[in-house]
Write a protein that binds this ligand. Sequence first.
Ligand SMILES: C[S@@+](CC[C@H](N)C(=O)[O-])C[C@H]1O[C@@H](n2cnc3c(N)ncnc32)[C@H](O)[C@@H]1O
Length: 264
Amino acid sequence: MGAAEQRPGAPGRYAAWVDSTSTRPARSLVTARTAAVWQVLRREQERQGRELTVLDVGGGTGGFAVPLAEAGHRVTVVDASPDALAALDRRAADAGVADRVRAVQGDGDALGGLVAPGSVDLILCHAVLEVVDEPTEVVAAITAALRPGGALSVLVAGRAAAVLGRAVNGHLSAAAALVDDPEGRAGPRDTLRRRYDATSAAALLTAAGLTVEEIHGVRVLADLLPAAVVESDPQLLLELELSLATQPPFRDIAAQLHLFARRP
Ligand SMILES: C[S@@+](CC[C@H](N)C(=O)[O-])C[C@H]1O[C@@H](n2cnc3c(N)ncnc32)[C@H](O)[C@@H]1O
């Protein structure tokens, strides 16, 4: 394990919040890069206090899906990539939770044929809305899949961090393009189709009928620091990330914005 990583169930300064009392500890790693998201997800697991039906839209290789299955939940991952789903299957098998993880190849805007409407307790949609054709269609499909009272965890790329990142690395024209582009794209070669700020991301979810309960910044500092600094005191960095995650303006310059919303 790298110096910047912490096992969720391991004793240490954060064991109390990463080792949920209502679920088995996950074996995957909680780091400064994911801590703010796991903190919100752990709270929802504790709030519900039972096995949840989870859907991870664009869940990829299962970085979140497998730990949630390890925590005792049933997780369906819908992803467009067969390669990612094959890796997910291997990861789930290695973790001993293959029976609680279902991999489905499909599109995030067509969930209707893959999961029963109004049936899902918790949906994750992490690092997906910035790459799909129509984010409003994906969010509409997610909303329809959630049961009333069900929750949505969304992670999107932050626009401000992308501007700052390009500028401090000397790519001023890319930074300017990103500022000017209505979608927050740094030109046609940008790998992302769009980026968000807290207001635009919240508006996307609200327009679909969801209630946004929390907005956090994820990776406020982690991407800005040299590796040597990250490794020098990973626990302090993790603590700083959690502290800054909720505080504008730090929240708003994070590499990713995490929104936690609920279907009324
Ligand atoms: C950047 S990865 C994020 C993976 C994972 N959610 C995470 O946070 O680590 C984006 C994922 O979305 C999937 N994806 C892209 N477009 C999609 C779509 N329209 N429907 C479903 N999955 C999609 C990709 O195959 C990929 O696995």
